[in-house]
Design a protein. Structure first.
Lengths: 400, 251
């Protein structure tokens, strides 16, 4: 189906179902209940899930396939955002041209950065990309203020008058898709539950599905095989008449364009951008997402970005009062003690939890959450299935 | 006709004259061995042929064209394939994928952005790769993770990958180094079979005299960066200079 084999097509269908039903899946707890704060089904967060999913999918094409660890990918996200923002300010409030410009600008920028950085590999490549990203951040923050708005960044202002869009007097323009406001939502009440269906989320989700589909195609293509060959043995590549440089550069540009797409979507959903989007911690985050989920796997980066964004937005909201409420049933002394132990891991300390999870994954599941999922699946499958897979595994991993 | 012509090649590393006035010509469709004691300059010479090193002076002509100044992948595209001392294969890939890559390279050249076809739906490439694996008796191992194979199998695969490119000259750098006796004999048989079935020139650098004398039609003896003598295996065996420089008591 769609040029995919049945296994990949099934995966695509599962991802499609999950993203389309996300407003239900992410809101399992009724409104007003104590668990409601774990609901992640509100538009802003759902949008972040899919947008950073795209970012990580693109990063995985570079890192997962070629093994080149870019530590400056947030620069492409930021450049894409600025490009999209200017398109909205000057040309049209329609999100499609804005996103397209974001992709193109990031692609060109990635071509320039990649051309220089890919002269080196390993740690030197990582440092070069990091240097480029930090330069971009510093430029956006200071020298390029007329273009980037400096520290305050860019927003759509009442004085902005895009060429193709008519804005009523005194109103501030809003991002839309042919008149459909990105912030438009339909809310559905079902008993105590409240489900929100947001236009922006569904547009971003459809684009993510397309991006995911393209990444499967790239993974399964001869180009994808060549990229894995780059990771595996560049010497053999060169002595097989292949030039690894254009392959790595193409992968770099493609993943830069994915980042630009994500950047453009961020602006389309929330019409503002600031230089902090390009800061090195943002570059590090996408590395974490990809490794946490499983570098080189198809679905891993999406899972990784979901976990990290969930923790960033949900775990970080648990404060001391909420903890006291939870443990109120305990005797006072014990309650304080437990809260004191748990508190560093939630709220502002959520990074600590993330760090511990990350370490555990890297040590025990080098293949990321995907490997964990495979292990669990193997446990649950009956004896018959395990016999089948034994047969397969003996074929793919023979004795030395 | 000489397919490979090395003329007056010199190469210095600092104070060390690694190669001094090397002249060598490899005739088409022969197996030509280059032997010599450690440090004789065999590997340096080989590296000059494939673009890894550039000689200080002299010329290296392949089929009438100079290889000097060309990048390794360009020299490979001229028709020279190299087998390394330690097998260089794509360890993360399966045996079949390993075999498909040189066939893609032959079809598409140094780079092609074929990002939307399916690797295993490329029937022509797939058929050629499977045919090659069958010739090597490795078809049953096609889904093996190639890094997990024995050294002999890795070597077999590497030679097969080089052959899949249909090169005119196959360079082998100590192809049986570090191999068990059985694997060594298998490799010799494979090379003999290749020689019988194809129009191919083979240049081989080797320490193992058993390998050299089972395969070579011409032998060049290199000592201290200079060719000492070039002749047929029978004559080399009895040559006094060679005994002195290389074979020693063991001959």
């Amino acid at each position: 189906m769609l040029g995919l084999d049945s296994k990949d097509f099934k995966l695509l269908l599962i991802v499609a179902a999950l993203t389309m039903l996300a407003p239900f899946i992410l809101n399992p707890f009724p409104e007003g209940s104590g668990m409601a704060q774990f609901n992640a089904g509100y538009p802003d967060l759902m949008q972040r899930f899919v947008i950073f999913g795209i970012f990580a999918i693109g990063f995985n094409i570079l890192f997962g396939l070629t093994g080149y660890l870019s530590f400056g990918h947030a620069a492409f996200l930021g450049v894409g955002s600025y490009g999209a923002m200017w398109m909205m300010k000057l040309f049209s409030l329609n999100v499609l041209p804005a996103i397209a410009v974001g992709i193109i600008v990031s692609g060109i920028f990635a071509l320039a950065v990649g051309y220089v950085s890919l002269r080196r590999s390993g740690i030197y490549f990582s440092i070069l990309t990091l240097a480029f990203a930090q330069m971009s951040y510093a430029l956006a923050y200071s020298v390029l203020t007329p273009l980037t708005g400096g520290e305050t960044g860019l927003q759509i202002k009442s004085t902005d008058n895009p060429l193709l869009s008519t804005i009523p007097e005194g109103e501030i323009g809003r991002a839309s898709l042919f008149g459909l406001d990105m912030r438009a939502s339909y809310e559905m009440n079902a008993g105590d539950w409240l489900f929100t269906f947001n236009a922006g989320y569904y547009i971003a989700a459809l684009i993510m599905l397309l991006a995911f589909y393209l990444s499967i195609r790239i993974f399964r293509s001869p180009f994808g095989t060549m990229l894995r060959a780059v990771k595996s043995n560049q010497t053999r590549m060169y002595y097989t008449g292949l030039n690894a440089r254009p392959y790595t550069l193409a992968a770099f540009v493609i993943s830069g364009m994915y980042a630009g797409l994500a950047g453009g979507l961020l602006v389309a959903m929330d019409t503002q951008v600031g230089p902090e989007r390009m800061f090195w911690t943002a570059s590090g985050e996408v590395v974490l997402m990809t490794i946490l989920g499983g570098a080189g796997t198809l679905i891993g980066p999406v899972l990784g970005s979901g976990v990290i964004k969930y923790m960033e937005n949900i775990l970080s909201k648990i404060n001391k009062d909420i903890l006291h409420e939870w443990f109120a049933f305990l005797p006072d002394g014990l309650e304080d003690f437990i809260v004191a132990i748990v508190y560093p891991f939630v709220g502002k300390g959520w990074h600590l939890t993330l760090g511990l999870i990350f370490m555990a994954v890297v040590i025990f599941l080098p293949g990321g959450l995907v490997q964990g999922g495979q292990k669990i699946a193997r446990l649950f499958r009956g004896k018959k299935a395990s016999e089948d897979s034994d047969e397969k595994s003996t074929q793919s991993t023979p004795a030395e | 006709m000489a397919i490979l012509e090395v003329k007056n090649v010199n190469k210095r590393f600092g104070g060390l004259q690694a190669l001094g006035d090397v002249n060598l010509s490899v005739e088409e469709n022969t197996v030509h061995a280059i032997i010599g004691p450690n440090g004789a300059g065999k590997s340096t010479l080989l590296n000059c042929l494939i673009g890894k090193l550039i000689p200080d002076t002299g010329s290296v002509m392949f089929d009438g064209q100079s290889v000097l100044g060309r990048k390794p992948y360009q020299i490979n595209q001229m028709g020279i394939s190299r087998v390394f001392q330690t097998p260089e294969i794509f360890g993360d890939l399966t045996v079949l994928e390993n075999m498909m890559i040189p066939i893609f390279a032959k079809r598409d050249g140094a780079f092609r952005l074929h990002a939307f076809e399916n690797t295993f739906a490329e029937k022509h490439v797939m058929d050629q790769a499977m045919q090659m694996l069958e010739d090597l008796n490795m078809a049953d191992k096609r889904n093996f993770h190639s890094a997990s194979m024995s050294r002999g199998d890795k070597r077999r695969l590497e030679i097969g990958m080089c052959l899949a490119q249909e090169p005119r000259l196959l360079l082998l750098d100590e192809p049986t180094a570090g191999m068990a006796r059985a694997d060594t004999n298998n490799t010799i048989d494979l090379l003999k079979q290749i020689k019988e079935e194809r129009d191919i020139t083979i240049a081989i650098i080797e320490h193992d005299m058993h390998v050299v004398f089972s395969l070579a039609e011409r032998i060049t003896v290199l000592a201290q960066g200079t060719p000492l003598v070039e002749d047929t295996p029978d004559k080399i065996k009895g040559h006094p200079k060679v005994r002195e420089a290389y074979l020693g008591e063991s001959a």
